[in-house]
Design a protein around this ligand. Structure first.
Ligand code: AMP
Ligand code: FE
Ligand code: FE
Ligand code: ZN
Length: 298
């Protein structure tokens, strides 16, 4: 049983369409796949249709842009009802902030003498509901300004670089409560990596757990082996679910191939049980979860 709980499609900054993502997951031999685009559930229906067809179990999710104590923190949310108003309102704010940031980044780049337009970025982000810096990076690649996304971040788009522009992110506690209220469960993505909590102390995690945090992502490419060991034992001590995932972005992120890290089936069971509890408590429906068909090969 191979389970990958963190992947991106073209609904945000991945390079596969949601349908292509699920087909790629089947080819990679995954049994369970979570689609977790940044700040949107837009990819769910197309992904679900292909999951039914190829017999992959799809876990609908998203990766919410949050902040905590001055740091940007990515929060994975699984099985929330995305129409629950407190969650939907926060996601709308983030998406508005993302859209408003594009012209400001373009202006910054123009100020650096780079001839890029909003249309160039729109072309690069065709199909995306959540536009982001990776789309600006892709536009810069198309224009021949940089060789790849990494160079675009290193030279222009990363924090502290000249075309970096901030945008709205949800306070972490607000996001955890909104996900719980929406009948879903939350897991802190790559807690010790980029867009993470930094080295998390147990007290912080306990506080977040009290308001509904269900788990932490342990096995992720941003974490070296020693970090994974520390996080795994923290999860065990606190009773948090420990997940593992690729954070696949198609060709948009090197060394994040589908299934390069996976989640233990027992940990997924605990996560799904917590989601069922949250759904019962909140009265919000759990988005449909297909059971992958054992018959037929994709
Ligand atoms: P945004 O959400 O628009 O602020 O952009 C953040 C996204 O950019 C992350 O989710 C990553 O997928 C991507 N990213 C961040 N840093 C890099 C980098 N150095 N190289 C490639 N992609 C990056
Ligand atoms: Fe991303
Ligand atoms: Fe992330
Ligand atoms: Zn991600």
């Amino acid at each position: 049983m191979r389970i990958d709980l963190h992947t991106h499609s073209r609904a945000s900054d991945g390079t596969d369409s949601p349908a292509e993502l699920v087909r790629a997951a089947a080819r990679a031999g995954l049994d369970v796949l979570a689609i977790t685009d940044h700040d949107t559930a837009a990819g769910w229906p197309d992904a679900q249709a292909v999951a039914d067809e190829v017999g992959v179990t799809l876990v609908p999710g998203m990766e919410i842009s949050t902040h905590h104590r001055g740091r940007s923190v990515h929060l994975l949310a699984y099985l929330p009802d995305p129409t629950y108003p407190p969650l939907a309102d926060e996601l709308a704010r983030v998406l508005d902030g993302r859209a408003a940031r594009v012209p400001r980044m373009v202006t910054r780049l123009n100020g650096l003498g780079i001839d890029i337009t909003e249309d160039d970025v729109r072309r690069a982000s065709a199909g995306a509901v959540a536009s982001g810096r990776p789309h600006v990076a892709d536009a810069l690649v198309t224009l021949g300004v940089v060789a790849d996304r990494s160079e675009a971040f290193d030279r222009y788009l990363a924090w502290g670089r000249p075309a970096h522009v901030d945008r709205y992110a949800v306070p972490l506690e607000t996001a955890i409560r909104a996900v719980a209220g929406a009948g879903g469960v939350s897991v802190i993505a790559h807690p010790w990596g980029r867009g993470g909590l930094g080295r998390p102390d147990e007290q912080t995690l306990v506080g977040l757990q009290e308001i509904g945090l269900a788990g932490i992502e342990v096995d992720h490419q941003d974490h070296d082996l020693e970090t994974r060991d520390v996080l795994r034992s923290m999860a065990r001590d606190l009773g948090l679910v420990a997940t593992g995932a690729s954070d696949y972005h198609g060709v948009g992120k090197a060394d994040h191939e589908l299934g390069c890290n996976t989640t233990d089936p027992a940990e997924l069971e605990r996560l799904l049980a917590a989601a069922a509890e949250a759904s019962a408590r909140s009265g919000r429906p759990t988005p449909r979860l297909t059971s992958g068909r054992a018959t037929g090969t994709a």
